[in-house]
Design a protein. Structure first.
Lengths: 184, 139
């Protein structure tokens, strides 16, 4: 019951934050609201018992991303030009129809956390039943992430490394020598 | 930021705790929530806080960009190197069972090494990106 109440409150705040992000024109305020949005999502993940995901969301989404976006904002202008002039009716219709189609799609999927759902019957039982004796790691998330799917995680680390290289190539300081030194 | 005495004192108190918490998350990831990704981010936050309060130049002296570049590659190297080591020891790529005497001990060593690689790369890449933005703003 209390879970239900917390979920409703968190989801309501999520919706309010999302609408506020759409309405507000100051980019600084939008970045702050993004941080709040991430923190609320982290709270939702905790209610869903996904502590590892909540941890990542709070550290990366609410923490680092906010700092990096603020740093980006410091390099660019800090407000939008003006609200768009056209009427938003067509986008609204498209969004409502897409949303209805998605809701219609959810009618067919198995109930939330249904143990007989097809996605729970493939490899998950193996991890839960043999994870501890095969890896010796009590935290199943770590066992799956680092051991069973070590190859996946290697790819993720490479993605982060590549992202770092990309940012350095775009923004890193170029060590050009001064023209006078070239002539001498 | 030179005259914000309260900020400077609070940052000085907080930074060791943040680093300690990052190490806890890194090496306790087997037992509680956490792991290399989260620990790397928390570790880099300590240096970002330092850079925000004491200035970019001071932070760059503490953690030079050239060192960060080496560390970012070193993390991926540790991870992939663990895979190569298991190959050389006769197992499959990233099959940790062969790393030590018993399969369980091997898994323990392998997961520890792999998480260490993740943490090193994530923290140094986050710092590199932050420093790149800040240095660009200063110039």
């Amino acid at each position: 019951m209390i879970d239900y109440l917390i979920n409703i409150i968190l989801l309501a705040f999520l919706a309010i934050t999302a609408i506020a992000i759409l309405r507000i024109r100051s980019l600084l305020a939008v970045i702050m609201l993004f941080g709040i949005f991430s923190l609320l999502s982290a709270g939702l993940f905790v209610v869903l018992d996904a502590a590892d995901v909540a941890f990542t969301e709070a550290a990366v989404g609410a923490g680092i991303s906010t700092v990096l976006m603020l740093a980006t904002l410091a390099l660019t202008r800090d407000h939008e030009e003006k609200p768009p002039a056209h009427q938003p009716w067509l986008p609204l219709v498209v969004v409502v129809i897409t949303g209805l189609a998605l809701v219609y799609g959810t009618l067919d999927i198995p109930a939330f956390s249904d143990p007989d759902a097809p996605s729970q019957l493939h490899v998950a039982p193996r991890y839960i039943e043999h994870g501890l004796e095969e890896t010796g790691v009590p935290n199943l998330v770590t066992a799956v992430l680092a051991s069973y799917r070590g190859f996946d995680t290697l790819g993720e680390v490479t993605v982060i490394f590549t992202a770092g290289i990309g940012v350095l190539l775009l923004l890193g300081r170029t060590r050009r020598r001064k023209p006078k030194e070239d002539e001498q | 930021m030179k005259h914000n005495l309260i900020l400077r004192v609070v940052a000085k108190l907080l930074i060791p705790i943040i680093v300690l918490f990052a190490l806890y998350v890194q090496f306790h990831g087997d037992f509680g929530p956490g792991g290399g990704f989260q620990a790397g981010v928390i570790f880099s936050v300590a240096f970002i806080l330092y850079a925000l309060v004491y200035g970019y130049e001071t932070a760059e002296r503490v953690m030079p960009e050239s060192v960060l570049r080496v560390l970012a590659s070193l993390g991926v190297l540790i991870y992939a190197g663990t895979g190569i080591a298991t190959l050389l020891l006769g197992g499959n790529f990233l099959d940790y069972n062969v790393l030590a005497g018993t399969p369980l001990a091997g898994q323990h060593v392998g997961i520890l090494l792999v998480e260490l690689g993740v943490g090193v790369t994530v923290s140094s890449v986050m710092l590199l990106i932050f420093f790149a933005f800040v240095a660009r703003g200063n110039s």
